[in-house]
Structures are given as structure tokens and as C-alpha cells.
Design a protein around this ligand. Structure first.
Ligand SMILES: [Zn+2]
Ligand SMILES: [Zn+2]
Length: 724
């Protein structure tokens, strides 16, 4: 122990939730404080270290004291962390109580938020309350000399004798009597069966990732034709055989947060190409529970598909009844246990953009730890986020607490989930007299929910334009507390003129903004339908840029020639216009033959980025995205597709970056912030960085919250903090 090593005496005491009080005396006191700053287990985040001088009290030893019912500040709710190395070692070689025990965890690892009914984080307030400790666990729990730092006063303490139980079921509910359900589940996966496995924050669907027929069957059953599945690997060595990974990627993969990380596929990867069709990256993560370790270690390949146990568009199942009712036609077996999941917590997803990690989804391992924002709130705030792949949030003082990933709010269950989680956080942090913040779009379900809260509670309600919120999210993320220029590279957000914005350059002064420049408006035939059917946007761009729509495009539309006729009619008399960067990328992806349909959000743009791998920049002189489209399609056939794909994205970034420079110079600001769903695209972001940094401005890219709609709530919260 550190205290013994540096020679100090005193005590450490948990003050509840996130706060710890340490009293030390002796020669080594300064060295102790210094060491605290530098070294600690990877799971511990040191938010603040307050050091006060005190008189020696004559301690003879260093003690771990029981926690007290006293807390000076609201505490950070701990996220769920992956099994630590010490616990894994016990599972492999420990004594009889913890060897092969699927729920092994300690003070530094294991489920937290997912099993928490309410604060404070005490056993009786968690799912562990229904498992009375055995005598040995009780000794470890109550005596620091026996339990050590890992088990003394650890609220989730358990062992084989008192912890949750595992069982294997057929999907019709019949239990399979086997000696080891985990070994049998691994055998079933190896023989091509699809198995639901209860995890920390929900059920995963496990399946063999190597067999094309199994992956194809899973896609058919899940009605998910193209969207990539994540692959869970036993350890770093197994992951190395699937994807290219450097030190930064390895660190992220092995971090206590264990996100899914998108990494370049290896040419010789044994993973079926059907796992992530048309993409150059694989979503890979390492196991994070003892149960997952035991399961994967018994599979042949030591890796498997581990995708969310949901049906298309719905939230993941957290209860066995949901698995039976919703996944009855998807999975064959269920590896179940009886530790209750209180909060649905999906896996987090991270990718690398310009060499550093960016969130596509901030959830397990990260949420609901708060994010400090650069300006304090006068009143607490509740933020409702956006509508797709969204998260909400609550905030007080200078702390923004984003919820875990909620999902798509066109699902009623997801909408209910948002409502429930927001109420839970309000209760947990005892928030009163709060303001409500939501998107400007009146058609959003999150906006409707916000409005119903306003009626129910009589609270003040404010709406924020979507890209203003994106901009403020990036600013809060970067600690920016001064006027700035923002670039939004996005799908679609409701604009103040009622049009569909999404390629914007804004000048932002806190709660006010000026729309300085935007991508050229083009019609958006059918409104939202044009986002779902990218070929409609291709038709639009051909019409606007070249005055003629190629005949072949009718084949790419689900409605064929008839649908094209509808589109053409609307192009003559458009009802809605868009400046969306995402819709431009859709059009290019279709024009280049890279994607025809959109079966998951962002599919054409994601495939366009993948198709540009190894591409070169062609010299074009387009001033806006319509000219860019013209120049790209004029070169189809004469330039390689990957060069055209690369150039379309790079030039889009250059155009927006150059506009941002002009505005920043005119406005006399130093910083340019970038956000939006497509602001994770490596090619676009590299071009933006080149332009903006080339003009001498500082580029702020989002790193702590997702640049996509999962980060909107953070921007809404920063808006509340910026109101006069
Ligand atoms: Zn542990
Ligand atoms: Zn026990």
C-alpha cells in the first residue's frame, strides 16, 4: 500500500459517492500527496485534490475507516467499469470462492450505474441488495485487514456462494440442465447458434463472427441488412489478429471503459466480411465481465459477434421477458442470470479522427460521469437532446450530467426511457426549480416530451436551434467561454427559417448566434424521405448541378420510375430546401455508385469515407458544394472512384473551413469549433483543420461528448448556462 511505502500514518474514509477524505501524518506526507497526483488504479479519475494542513493526531498505523453519512457536495455517479486485472486473475487462479466466478468484481471494477436504484451508492440501493453476504464476504467487507482496499466496504461484494446464478434457456423458456451453462453456451455459439447473453446494462446477441452463413442468418432474423455488428475479443492479442491497432488504440481497448473502437480491418482478418459490409473498419471491443471472459475463452476463435439484443429501432432488452417477446425469432438460446439491470446501458462507440478518439456513442463506462462546463448555471437545467441516436442530460453548477445513450426516439420505449432517466437524475441530484431545454424542431419527439413536462411542472422552457446547440456542445467540450465561429457538418437540423440546415458557419456569442454562411440551398424532395432515400438527393443534385437526371437513377429508387417522376415534379416546385452536408455526401455516394440505399443512419456517408481509403486529392476549383458535385460527376470514368470520393469530402471540408476563416477574421475571434454528425469524418476534418489552422485559428474538435446528436444535450445545457 502507498501509505506503508512512503511511511505515513492516518486514515482514508469514503465520504459517500465520489468523495474520499485522507488524513496522513509523518515524514512522507508530502511524498504521499505527490504520489496521489501521479499514481492510482486506472479506474480512478481524480477530479479534484484539495490539500489542507493539519496538526498531527498521533496515528500509529494507516487505517481504512467506514464511510460516513456526510457529503459536502453532490457526488459523481460512478459509471460501470470493466473487470480489473486483479479480479480476472482471481477468476483464473483464485481460491474456490472466486475461481470461475462469473460476477467477480471489486472496489475498482464492475457494474455501478447499471445496478443502482438510487443514491447514495450503498448495497441496499442496488441490485445486490437481494444477495445476502456469506460469512466470508461479510468479513472481507467489514475488516480492511481481511478485505484489503479491493473488498473492504465494497458495496457489490459477492462470491460463488452468495452471488447471482447463471442458467441456460431455450428461447421457448425451457431450462437446459448442464453442469456448466457457460461452457455449453460457448459450444452452441461455435456450432452456429445465436445466443442472447445477459451483460451489465442489457442483453447482447452472441454469434460466430467467422461463418458467413451464421452472420447472414443473424442479419435476416434481425432485419438488419448492412449495419455493422461489433465483435468482442478475449484479449488484445486476439483483437490484433482482426484489426490494425497501434498503442493509442490498444490503450483505449484495454481501458476500464472498454468502448467499441472502430479500427482498420486487417487484410487477413478471420472475421466474415458480412459483419461490416462495405466498410474498411471493424468495431472491436474487449470483454468487460468475468462471464464474458469465461464464455469467450471457451469458444474456438476467442471472439464473437456481440451486438445489442434489440429489434430494429427499439432499445436493447434488459429483462428476460423482453428477450422472449422481442427476440423470440432472433435468438435460439439465452444465457441468463438474475442480477437485475436497473438502467439500460448500451456499449460506448469510439472512432479515431485526426489521430485522436471521438465518441460516436457515449454510454457504458463514461455516462453518467459529469462533464465540467466553462460557465456555471444560475438554475439547474434539464436537456432533452435531439431525436436520433440521442441522449438527454441534467445540469447544475458547472456540471453537465449526460444520460447514457437513449437511442432513436421514434421508438416509444426509447422515448419512455428518456423520460424515466431524466426523472431519475433529477431525483438523484435533488434538482429543484430547473429550466427545460429542447430543440427548436416542433416535430421532434424530444420537443414534444419537453412541452409535456412544461405543462406538467409549469417550468420555464427554452428551445435551441439544432446547430447552435451543436456549436455550444463543441464549445463546452473544449472549455471555450468567449465568442467563437462554429462549423456544423451535419445531417439535418431544423433551421430558424423552417428549412433543413446542416452545412453551416455560425458566429456564436453564448445564447445568441448569427448564421454567417451555409452550403447552397438545394431542394429536398419529400423532406425527411430524402434522408431515408439518398437517391432522391442524388436526383436533386443532378437536377440542380447539370439540369438533367440520369435515367439509371430510377432503378436506385424503391418506387422506380414512378418515384422519380414524383421527385422531378417536386424539383420544379420545391417545398423544402436543405443546406445539409450529410445530404450532399449521400448524393455523391449514390452518384459514384458506392451506396444506393440507407439501411442505417449515415450509411452512404460512412461508405463514402471507406471508399476513399488510399484516394488522392484532385485539383478542382469549386466554390460551393453544387459546383463540387458538377466537377466530381464530370470526372466519373476518367478518374478513379476512390480519388473522386476522397476529393468530394476533402473539398467540402476546405470550403467550410475557408468560410469559417473569413468569418473569424471579420469577427476578430480566435477559435473555430466544429461539430455535427459528419464532424467525425477523417477526410472532412483533416481539410477543415488544414484551412482553419492554416489561417492561424485554433480548431476545437469535440472529444468529451459525441459531435453527433448524442452531444446535443450538452450544447443545450451550455445554452442554459449562457442565458442572460
Ligand atoms: Zn476488480
Ligand atoms: Zn460470499
Amino acid at each position: 500500500m502507498l501509505a506503508d511505502r512512503v511511511g505515513v500514518r492516518g486514515y482514508v474514509r469514503n465520504l459517500g459517492g465520489g468523495e474520499v477524505e485522507i488524513f496522513v501524518e509523518g515524514e512522507g506526507a508530502d511524498a504521499f500527496v505527490e504520489a496521489l497526483r501521479r499514481e492510482r488504479p486506472r479506474a480512478i479519475v481524480l477530479e479534484e485534490l484539495l490539500v489542507e494542513e493539519a496538526q498531527p493526531r498521533g496515528y500509529k498505523t494507516f487505517e481504512i475507516l467506514k464511510s460516513e453519512e456526510r457529503s459536502s457536495a453532490p457526488s459523481n455517479i460512478p459509471p460501470d467499469l470493466a473487470i480489473c486485472d486483479d479480479c480476472l486473475a482471481e477468476v483464473l487462479h483464485g481460491d474456490e470462492r472466486r475461481r470461475f466466478y462469473p460476477f467477480n468484481s471489486c472496489s475498482f471494477c464492475g457494474p455501478r450505474f447499471a445496478v443502482m436504484h438510487k443514491l447514495p451508492y450503498d448495497r441496499e440501493n442496488t441490485s445486490w441488495s437481494k444477495y445476502p453476504m456469506c460469512d466470508k464476504c461479510r468479513e472481507e467487507y467489514s475488516n480492511p485487514r481481511i478485505g484489503g482496499v479491493r473488498r473492504f466496504f465494497y458495496q457489490g461484494i459477492s462470491c460463488r456462494h452468495d452471488g447471482p446464478k447463471i442458467r441456460l434457456l431455450r428461447i421457448d423458456g425451457r431450462e437446459i440442465a448442464v453442469e456448466d451453462p457457460i461452457v455449453e453456451a460457448a459450444r452452441l455459439i461455435d456450432t452456429g447458434h445465436i445466443v442472447a447473453v445477459k451483460g451489465v446494462g442489457g442483453y447482447h446477441i452472441f454469434a460466430d463472427a467467422q461463418r458467413d452463413d451464421v452472420v447472414a442468418e443473424l442479419r435476416r432474423r434481425k432485419k438488419r441488412p448492412n449495419q455493422p455488428f461489433a465483435v468482442m475479443a478475449l484479449d488484445l492479442d486476439v483483437a490484433k489478429a482482426l484489426v490494425e491497432l497501434d498503442e493509442k488504440a490498444a490503450e483505449l481497448l484495454t481501458s476500464p471503459q472498454r468502448p467499441i473502437v472502430l479500427l482498420p480491418k486487417r487484410e487477413d482478418s478471420p472475421v466474415s466480411p458480412l459483419v461490416s459490409p462495405g466498410l474498411d473498419k471493424e468495431g472491436v471491443f474487449l470483454l468487460y465481465t468475468a462471464l464474458q471472459y469465461l464464455l469467450l475463452s471457451h469458444t474456438r476463435g476467442k471472439f464473437a459477434i456481440a451486438t445489442s439484443g434489440n429489434v430494429h429501432g427499439e432499445p436493447m432488452c434488459t429483462e428476460l421477458s423482453c428477450v422472449f417477446s422481442r427476440l423470440g425469432k432472433v435468438v435460439d438460446y439465452v444465457l441468463d442470470h438474475d442480477l437485475e439491470i436497473v438502467h439500460r446501458v448500451d456499449d460506448s462507440v469510439v472512432r479515431f479522427t485526426r489521430g485522436a478518439p471521438v465518441f460516436l456513442r457515449r454510454s457504458r463506462g463514461y455516462a453518467p460521469a459529469w462533464i465540467r462546463i466553462p460557465r456555471g448555471l444560475k438554475k439547474p437545467a434539464v436537456a432533452f437532446g435531439a431525436d436520433l441516436q440521442t441522449a438527454g442530460g441534467v445540469a447544475f453548477e458547472d456540471k453537465a450530467v449526460l444520460t447514457q445513450y437513449i437511442g432513436d426516439l421514434d421508438s416509444f420505449d426509447a422515448l419512455q426511457g428518456l423520460d424515466r432517466e431524466l426523472r431519475w437524475f433529477i431525483e438523484a441530484y435533488k434538482l429543484k426549480d430547473f429550466v427545460l431545454i429542447c430543440d427548436l424542431n416542433p416535430a421532434y419527439n424530444s420537443t414534444k416530451l419537453c412541452r409535456s413536462w412544461k405543462e406538467e411542472l409549469g417550468a420555464e422552457m427554452y428551445t435551441v436551434q439544432h446547430h447552435h446547440a451543436h456549436a455550444l456542445s463543441a464549445a463546452a467540450d473544449a472549455g471555450l467561454n468567449e465568442p467563437f465561429v462554429a462549423i456544423a457538418i451535419d445531417g439535418v437540423g431544423y433551421g430558424t427559417d423552417g428549412m433543413a440546415w446542416g452545412g453551416e458557419v455560425l458566429f456564436v456569442e453564448g445564447a445568441r448566434f448569427v448564421r454567417e454562411r451555409h452550403l447552397t440551398y438545394v431542394p429536398m424532395p419529400g423532406g425527411d424521405l430524402a434522408a431515408l432515400r439518398p437517391s432522391r438527393m442524388a436526383a436533386t443534385y443532378f437536377h440542380v448541378a447539370l439540369g438533367k437526371i440520369p435515367d439509371g437513377l430510377a432503378e436506385a429508387l424503391p418506387g422506380g420510375v414512378a418515384e422519380l417522376a414524383i421527385v422531378e415534379r417536386e424539383l420544379k416546385n420545391p417545398r423544402i430546401y436543405t443546406s445539409s452536408a450529410g445530404r450532399f455526401l449521400d448524393a455523391v455516394a449514390v452518384a459514384l455508385g458506392i451506396a444506393q440505399e440507407r439501411t442505417y443512419e449515415g450509411e452512404p456517408a460512412i461508405k463514402l469515407e471507406a471508399a476513399a481509403r488510399g484516394g488522392r486529392l484532385l485539383s478542382l476549383d469549386a466554390e460551393d458544394q453544387v459546383e463540387l458535385f458538377t466537377e466530381i460527376v464530370e470526372r466519373i470514368g476518367s478518374a478513379p472512384t476512390r480519388d473522386l470520393a476522397y476529393t468530394a469530402q476533402y473539398k467540402l471540408g476546405s470550403i467550410l473551413g475557408r468560410w469559417a476563416c473569413e468569418v473569424a477574421e471579420r469577427r476578430g475571434t480566435k477559435a473555430v469549433a466544429v461539430s455535427g454528425g459528419a464532424a467525425v469524418n477523417d477526410i472532412i476534418m483533416s481539410a477543415v483543420a488544414e484551412e482553419v489552422e492554416g489561417c492561424g485559428f485554433v480548431l476545437k474538435q469535440q472529444r468529451r461528448a459525441p459531435p453527433g446528436d448524442g452531444g446535443i444535450a450538452l450544447g443545450q445545457i451550455y445554452y442554459a448556462a449562457s442565458m442572460e
